[in-house]
Design a protein around this ligand. Structure first.
Ligand code: NAD
Ligand code: UDX
Length: 470
């Protein structure tokens, strides 16, 4: 089966970039990305490419090339579904905030709505692709919904095609993926044909040997497993960063020493203020919940520890600021450089900065933030979502500037929360001169040249080293 038209439901951080790259690489296929969020679709259609709703290096160029040629963004969901041979579901699957599984299970209501909508509007056979990250065995629920077509003679094949892109490097990850994973019903001819149809889309730019096909369940579970393993590495190195601080070992030296063992590998061993992002926490909680529902208590506890360690690391960073500033930050200005959960993205979901700010605001500090890509309103939305204090209190406790020097002026301490490259290029002497003394600096990302800053006069805290001066 040759795919001529693709629809993707969900124009977010995954749907937008993924479909833009598919459209760029498959000019013969019409790709329509739909969303119920009209503002988001308008932003994807904005002539000014700096207004795209997702900031990713290189994405503007890809969109510019394909948009209007074979890439379209629209709110006409029904029409796009019916026109397509292949429908990707790329909607959000957040952690449930209510009812059974609250705080752990994935909320599948948006997925179910999509499946119902596809079943309702489809008049021709379709391949439905799970692009969202889903609990293992979701495809069987989607299948039972899709099979309910009110007597219409329409058939569906379901594939699982999880996305492994990381934000900030989405375009290069999509163009050169380590692998593409496609799970399908490889026991039937129709299932095999569906798998082949999706393989032939990716084969336009991904070498065949890197396109892995499996059964649906392995594919669904591999996505949760990949994120759990990656997050586990960060929590593992972060746990040792605390031990390094007590023992004069240096976490970067330890990471380098163990990372050179090819069995361990060097990636994802950077100690930090804690991992953030929309995926790691949500997907591990989901894994923990699935294990619990099968009665696998030890499995659930094992993976939950990755989250417990991460929460500890974020809290530890905030408490360290408080204790270093003579056990009180009340009324003191603390400058935050960075709010995004990592560099090169405007995404703030689960960013460590939010939790560190929350702890410091509870101690009545005055926070001033500078982030090169995050909108001011987003920061307030992030804090309000925690429900720790009123929206007005969040607004009076935290201010935002567009100038890093202004943010740091008169501050008692600076905290580096995101590893934006531009922070390394600042005039740190000028920043020091304009701060309260002692001028404390807490590098939550191991980003800056600490000996150089100490020469200027800063009193520095670096994650995972003994910090003798503090
Ligand atoms: P997102 O919140 O940025 O985007 C989801 C979009 O879906 C939103 O714009 C929302 O309006 C839209 N939507 C929801 N219900 C809809 C409906 N019924 N009809 C039309 N549109 C609808 O989410 P995201 O970050 O793109 O993540 C999407 C999925 O991909 C999640 O399951 C996530 O776990 C997974 N994932 C995310 C990443 C990442 O880096 N963000 C990476 C891999 C996988
Ligand atoms: C992650 C997965 O990497 C990706 O494959 C999946 O598709 C989605 O989830 P993402 O959350 O976008 O991607 O970014 P990632 O680079 O994994 O970073 C996640 C968090 O871990 C960030 O806050 C990052 O700063 C932190 N991190 C990462 C560390 O603290 N240390 C590291 O060594 C690596």
């Amino acid at each position: 089966m040759k795919i001529k038209s693709i629809c993707c439901i969900g124009a977010g951080y995954v749907g937008g970039p993924t479909m833009a790259v598919i459209a760029q690489k498959c000019p013969q296929v019409k790709v329509t990305v739909v969303d119920i969020n009209e503002a988001r679709i308008n932003a994807w259609n904005d002539k000014d490419l700096s207004k795209l709703p997702v900031y990713e290096p290189g994405l503007d160029k890809v969109v510019e090339e394909a948009r209007g040629r074979n890439l379209f963004f629209s709110t006409q969901v029904d029409q796009a579904i019916d026109e397509a041979d292949m429908v990707f579901i790329s909607v959000n699957t957040p952690t449930k905030t209510y009812g059974k599984g609250k705080g752990m299970a994935a909320d599948l209501k948006y997925i179910e709505l999509c499946a119902r909508q596809i079943a309702r509007v489809a008049t021709t056979d379709k391949i439905v692709v799970e692009k969202s990250t889903l609990p293992v065995r979701t495809a069987s629920a989607i299948k039972s919904i899709l099979d309910n077509t009110n007597g219409k003679d329409v058939k569906f094949q379901i594939l699982s095609n999880p996305e492994f892109l990381a934000e900030g490097t989405a375009v290069t990850d999509l163009l050169n993926p380590d692998r593409v994973l496609i799970g399908g019903d490889n026991d039937t001819t129709e299932g095999k044909e569906a798998i082949e149809a999706l393989v032939s889309i990716y084969a336009n730019w991904v070498p065949k040997e890197q396109i892995l096909t499996t059964n649906v369940w392995s594919s669904e579970l591999s996505k949760l497993t990949a994120n759990a393993f990656l997050a586990q590495r960060v929590s593992s190195i972060n746990s040792l960063s605390e031990l390094c601080e007590k023992t004069e070992a240096d976490v970067n030296e330890v990471a380098k020493a163990i990372g050179m063992d090819s069995r361990i590998g060097s990636k994802f061993l950077k100690a930090s203020v804690g991992f953030g992002g929309s995926c790691f926490q949500k997907d591990i909680l989901n894994l923990v919940y699935i294990a619990k529902t099968y009665g696998l208590t030890e499995v659930a506890d094992y993976w939950e520890q990755v989250i417990i360690m991460n929460d500890h690391q974020k809290r530890r960073f905030a408490h360290n600021i408080i204790s270093t500033l003579f056990n009180t930050v009340s009324g003191k200005k603390i400058a935050f450089l960075g709010w995004a959960f990592k560099k090169d993205t405007n995404d703030t979901r689960e960013s460590a900065a939010i939790y560190v700010a929350d702890e410091l605001l509870s101690e009545q500090s005055q926070i001033s933030v500078y982030d090169p890509k995050v909108e001011t309103e987003q920061m307030y939305t992030d804090l309000d979502y925690l429900n720790t204090r009123s929206s007005e209190e969040n607004r009076s406790g935290l201010s935002v500037t567009q100038d890093p020097y202004e943010t740091c002026k008169d501050a008692h301490a600076i905290a580096i929360l995101t590893e934006w490259d531009e922070f390394k290029t600042y005039d740190w002497q000028k920043i020091y001169d304009q701060m309260q003394k002692p001028a404390f600096l807490f590098d939550g990302r191991g980003l800056l040249d600490i000996p150089k800053l100490e020469e200027i006069g800063f009193v520095c805290y670096k994650i995972g080293s003994s910090n003798k001066n503090l």
